[in-house]
Write a protein that binds this ligand. Sequence first.
Ligand SMILES: [Mg+2]
Length: 369
Amino acid sequence: MMKINKLETFCNEFVGFVRVTADDGSVGWGQLSTYNSDITAQVFHRQVAPWALGADVLDIAALMREIPEREHKYPGSYLRRAMAGLDTALWDLRGKLEGKPVVSLLGGTPGRLRAYASSMRRDITPEDEAQRLLRLRDEFGFDAFKFRVARECGHDVDEWPGRTEAIVPAIRQALGDQVSLLVDANSGFSPQRAIEVGRLLEQHGIEHFEEPCPYWELEQTKQVADALDVAVTGGEQDCDLATWRRLIDMRAVDIVQPDILYLGGITRSMQVAEMAAKAGLPCTPHCANLSMVTLFTMHYLKALPNAGKYLEFSIEGPDYYPWQEGLFVESPYRIEDGGILISEAPGWGVEIAPEWLAKSTYQLSEVQQ
Ligand SMILES: [Mg+2]
């Protein structure tokens, strides 16, 4: 048995990477979830690493089962964000040992995925958003786009009065009838208002209505999904497998959207996709920035029998996500003809930039000799 010998983190406030080293010296790289990654790294060394050191590098499922049980007083988000760093580093290590990309380990094949251009902004006018999406269509060939309605956890108050009613027809008119359009309400609406907005979306052929109601109110989301024809989607914030089971069993959404890093890694995300597959629901994962999370999601999505139609691909640059600059020796993110390619390189097939690592905060947990 090959054992986990060393777990290192390299992080700043926004993003953190994990390096796992086995007792034969093989290494794998993964990532903690973004945002408060410095706090997540503390949780990683305190509550994840002690259970992982000395364990079998190839039995990822056992670790993902055991750690939440050992830490059962901590059922929340941070433990899962930290577990994701271990899980994704172990999948990379396994891929490198077997000389295969992670997508192949998961039962898929490398190759091309369709991507949708995902806007994160609400502080943008409908006209400016339409112009921006048109430019991206012309430059990268995107044929699917997501934009924002409502206000985050907005209690039916819009970002500014009338923005939702204005942006839906404006984007459809600018981009024409041939493209797929998706909207995200980020927990912004009551069921009544969500259903009203949903009718507007249906009139304009929008195909995906994300997180219409406060995400923790599964019954509200279900009420909206039951009332509308447009697909109601969600789940990005949910990191508890029992909540996932409930959400899927009650059909609160038509499409599930796990976030690999919020949920605790690939292993747990495969479990959610499988639950959804059994219920006949497609999986269109959430990945909202160009750290490693989009790369993980590419390998995951391409391996799913119930994969949704497209990969989320953030269109925000350095003005919005300054911290995602300079992370990799070579970026794995190149969009051509509205799609992206998963390489055949082993593991995740990416190398973290040494300059970035040199500037990060370093912490080490290792097996005591
Ligand atoms: Mg969302």
